[in-house]
Design a protein around this ligand. Sequence first.
Ligand SMILES: [Fe+2]
Ligand SMILES: [Fe+2]
Length: 294
Amino acid sequence: MSTPDGEPVEIATHTLLHLSDTHLTSAGVLYNGVIDADRALAAAADLIARAVADGVGVDALVVSGDLTDTGDPAAYRRLADALGSLGPPVVWATGNHDVRTTLHTELLGRPDEPGKILQHHDIAGLRILVLDSTVVGAGHGRLEPEHLAELAAALATPAEHGSVVVLHHAPVPPPSPLLAYFTLERASRRALAATVAGSDVRLVLAGHHHLAQSGSLAGVPVAVAGSTAIRVDPLARPGHERTVVAGSLNLVRLYPDTVTVSVLPLDESLGAPQAFAMDEAACAELIARHPIVR
Ligand SMILES: [Fe+2]
Ligand SMILES: [Fe+2]
């Protein structure tokens, strides 16, 4: 494949698929009374399975909390079955709808740790550090000084390809009035900013807002993945909360000198038609018809 200026084609060093807010319910229960969260998860899993089968390298799946709606152990097991069998390792974060101890037991294999765990993952030289932003019994988020001190201690030694920090409560302004109430405390956002400033953190991944968003924190890009099941309408009438049944996930690519985040709506699984598809020969033929202007 060519480029217009003859520079080599850019190749990502790491590719992540970032899912969030799967909100799996207990068997037979619909999420918010109307949504089959398992069906939405299956659409995401199908998309990932197809990419892996087609040879798209995926280094890890990141799932940034609200994995289940009420903490049902069976729902965690269904989630682990659906995503754990796809090939890439899975990184799990805890959300306000999760039950921390059940998540630790079912997904992390650490049943004896009721407190917050800072998870460290090494994905081919890329360090993924997972915070727990939850407050037991509450919907909003908080990062305590001790938890951030652990993060700072980990970040004191840079990783080969830098670090990605994952947490549930997004450290950017929320898109709706209800989420303004259930958001990450501002003091925690400021403290996290101070911790990642000047470190090797290249990207912060989060969820909770049920809407794909991008922002920044102390100059570090922040990418929020939407829910696999629903999407908040950020253009709802002021003061109103409105969601639609429409899921998405994010494709995260890290390059030596930048990162890209692409939102992948799960609409194809729900019947969006293909516009066109070209194989390598067809791409080469199209390129041949478009000479470079110098
Ligand atoms: Fe959620
Ligand atoms: Fe949440």
